[in-house]
Ligand binder design. Sequence first.
Ligand code: PRX
Length: 643
Amino acid sequence: MTEGVFKGLEENRIFQPSEDFRKKALIADPEIYAKAEDRLAFWEERAADLSWFKKWDSVLQWNPPHARWFDGGKINASYNCLDRHLEGPRREKPAIIFEGEPGDSLVLTYAELHREVCKFANVLKSMGVKKGEVVTIYMPMVPEAVIAMLACARIGAPHSVVFGGFSAEALRDRINDAGSKVLITSDGAFRRGKTLPIKQNVCAALKGVQGIEKVIIVNRTGIDIEIIPNRDVFYHDLMKDASPDCPAEQMEAEDILFILYTSGTTGKPKGVVHTTGGYLTGVSTTHQYIFDIKEDDIYWCTADIGWITGHSYLVYGPLTNGSTIVLFEGTPDYPEKDRFWEIVEKYKVTILYTAPTAIRTFMKWGAGYPDKRDLSSLRLLGTVGEPINPEAWMWFFKHIGKERCPIVDTWWQTETGMIMIAPLPGVTNLKPGSCTVPFPGVKVEILNKAGQPVQNGEVGFVAITEPWPAMLRTVYQDDNRFKDAYWSNWPEKYFAGDGAKVDEDGYFWIIGRVDDVINVSGHRIGTAEVESVLVEHPAVAEAACIGKTHELKGQAIAAFVTLREGVASSDELVDELKKYIAVKIGAIARPDDLYLTEELPKTRSGKIIRRILRDIAEGRAIGDTTTLADSSAVEALQKLSRS
Ligand code: PRX
């Protein structure tokens, strides 16, 4: 193998990071994989790297599917992200470099961030927030969002961050499920030179919600907003007199750190529960080892804090490790399509972690944009959220990494909390399109339905066969759903919902979801969620959604709808239904295609045959139709495929 270049067949190119990179890497010895075979000893040693108020009594108690990691230990996530860095030189080190959409920037050192977090933690206490009470955060990517998360963690109030792009209704459902009394938000958000009405969405969401007592508003855009007296209060007013003295609460290792809602295979989103000690152990270790973190790195994860990547690899992992993070409010194309590269140049970013969707979009825009900028500070690149096609991998490698920077393709999920399959760039050779091998101390297998390992090269289901420290502990208020969704296929083994195969070198190739979840631009949308919104519309009798291949987004949503008796189909109705979904869930769930059809293809037992719908949406010839209950449905659908 030639160093730093590709060799071999198109589909099996291997890349070895340069000797220089490997020599300087934090983890340079492959021995780590063998050493971590003693999983509990490995994770215990890693946990010891954090700051604990009290050491744990046991590393793991495993009563499948319930795990308790580092039970008896006492710890605080905010303390680990802040206080422990204040003793030495990290005190004055930038924790957050914020780049606002309009081009404003702000640097907060660890000492400054600590002060802001302590003050806001006292504000939350003065609002009556108690340990264990869930606080909802609905905010754009501004430093106050990170401050709010860490302030919650400091006083032991689990946070539930709702992605700022979700609609009022989606926000309402999540507030109700979490039972929050306090909501933290902003007046608006900047988006491509305009402002988004965040607070207006909040007001709409809170109509009919009894539980919320206080809404704390960060002034970001200065737009006019409606204020409800006694309920709505301004962040900056509250912060003026808040005391900067707020010792971190001593939390049990197994106390909840946060809830994060994610789409599943039913209409109702699941509140994935993560706890404190194990989660921090998992995210800090993976962040450090996979991103080869050094003291002077400028680390930029482009994910929104509304997703798990924002939680684990923008906030908790990097701050626990004392890294400098870049926090960017805007989009890659505003004011120009070189905004990302401008930021890399401006702050001398060394590590960039982003999504394949973004990379494919950059490819489409052309290499001219990155070529104009100085990207020589970059030394490592990462991807997450969906499979990366080798072509996009190569483009990223060549035009952004300038054939110098290894790319770490990281496979994981909201539920896993931490990265599970990814290279250690100083040790693992890379193959474009493969997330390579499980992280040390993580056990992943590809199984068939019966739970037997499949042969190398055969496609099967991703199973995690041993508990891991950052694993989800349950679904909020719904432990049965937790058991059904993840642990009912094979006893004691976690079902990830992904299909994958392993090649002859033991490298994992993720194919995609095997359940009714569509991955749009790296974000999960349950088909059932979209379908249940559609059937709420008075014109709709029945609906079915599927994911179709999309050049940039990976997958896009296609919806098939039958109308109620007497409702006439029209282009206006198609537009109205698409808009209806965007209003009810958020723009991300808006279908690219929506077909009005007389019938949906069903089996004799009434199950919708989604395979046929996929054929139509992808413009393929309709495959096997022998299981159809009624062949007239095919004729109706064939008309669609020709139209
Ligand atoms: O299908 C896999 C895909 O994203 C799903 C998890 O989505 P979510 O919980 O929203 O978390 C995304 C960020 C961690 C997985 O079931 N996925 C994630 N990373 C990869 C991936 N598919 C292929 N390669 C990846 N690196």
